[in-house]
Design a protein around this ligand. Structure first.
Ligand SMILES: NC(=O)c1ccc[n+]([C@@H]2O[C@H](COP(=O)([O-])OP(=O)(O)OC[C@H]3O[C@@H](n4cnc5c(N)ncnc54)[C@H](OP(=O)(O)O)[C@@H]3O)[C@@H](O)[C@H]2O)c1
Length: 292
């Protein structure tokens, strides 16, 4: 039997991170990051190979504690998978700047801080970041999220280019995946949505899409398959997309900025108008039903 590897996964309590824990804990020791105590038992019940550790990227001190915990327990890390993430969305004109900073704390700076601390233990290993198709930077009304993922990719690609260590760095960029992220995003962005006066039509469309994405997105196992490839392939690519929508975003992102903007504006106009017409139809049906 091959020796068990030490794998560290943040954001292990839900969606993609949880699915990765379930997959990798079959044959490896998985250090699984949580921020909510209530979810620890659930993590432990996945496998006796799971070692939960506390990390909350909004609590900066917890990052050093978490890295120290792993250093003491593991001695060597074969694979660090940075998964934890959240979404800050809204109209960029009026999103509170504090929320935008928080977006970067969780999706970007936290991962970099944690990774820097574990680097001496990662020699011969690999770092896999769960980035996003949003890293291609073409989506309005989620620009803090896009920018946080782009910044993550830029800094970790720089790490790959600069490091003297034997470490592979890989970015996995999923498109829409069916996870609880979408519902959480609606909850966590209520303030931004209320503040977006004049953008009601646009945000209505965004909310409607988010609700659908949670059910109709790709299955989380599609991400697991790609991460497995990134973790096992002796010569992994530095960037993988998951899903046709991520591939399309990559292609579009290569066009000149003005062309991208024209495409996005035309797409938005069509989608927002369609959403408005659907809403009017639904209203009419409901009014007719009430009249009957
Ligand atoms: N779902 C998609 O369509 C999609 C697409 C592309 C990329 N991604 C990326 O995939 C990653 C995982 O997302 P998911 O879809 O699996 O969402 P999810 O089900 O909401 O999982 C997110 C995980 O991150 C944790 N987390 C959130 N804020 C944190 C913080 N401040 N500190 C530490 N942990 C925190 C969550 O903890 P709790 O369980 O306590 O909430 C959870 O374990 C994210 O980086 C996301 O950006 C998702």
């Amino acid at each position: 039997m091959p020796e068990k590897k030490n794998i560290v996964i943040t954001g292990a309590t839900s969606g993609i991170g949880k699915a990765l824990c379930e997959h990798f804990a079959k044959d490896n020791i998985v250090y699984a990051g949580y921020r909510n105590e209530k979810l620890v038992e659930g993590l432990k019940s996945i496998s006796h190979n799971i070692v939960p550790f506390y990390i909350d990227f909004k609590q900066i001190d917890s990052i050093a504690f978490a890295a120290n915990f792993i250093k003491v327990k593991a001695e060597h890390v074969d694979c660090l998978i940075n998964v934890a993430g959240c979404v800050v969305a809204g109209a960029i004109e009026n999103i509170d700047i504090k929320k935008i900073k928080e977006q970067f704390e969780v999706n970007t700076f936290g991962h970099l801080d944690f990774t820097q601390r574990l680097l001496p233990f990662l020699d011969g290993g690999r770092i896999i970041n769960i980035s996003s198709k949003s890293s291609f930077g073409i989506f309005p009304f989620v620009s803090p999220y896009c920018a946080s993922k782009r910044a993550l990719d830029i800094m970790f690609n720089s790490l790959l280019l600069e490091t003297h260590r034997d470490i592979k760095v890989i970015s996995v960029k999923p498109g829409v995946i069916a996870t609880p992220l979408w519902g959480k995003s609606i909850e966590e962005n209520k303030e931004n949505i209320d503040a977006a006066i004049g953008f009601e039509k646009e945000l209505d469309y965004m909310l409607d899409s988010a609700r659908k994405n949670e059910t109709y997105g790709l299955d989380v196992m599609e991400v697991v398959k790609v991460v497995e490839e990134a973790a096992e392939n002796p010569n992994p690519k530095s960037s993988y997309t998951v899903g046709w929508d991520a591939k399309l975003a990559e292609i579009v992102s290569k066009l000149p900025q003005d062309w991208i903007n024209k495409l996005i504006k035309a797409g938005m106009k069509a989608k927002f108008n369609r959403a408005k017409q659907n809403r009017l139809k639904e209203q009419a049906v409901s009014e007719n039903t009430q009249a009957v």
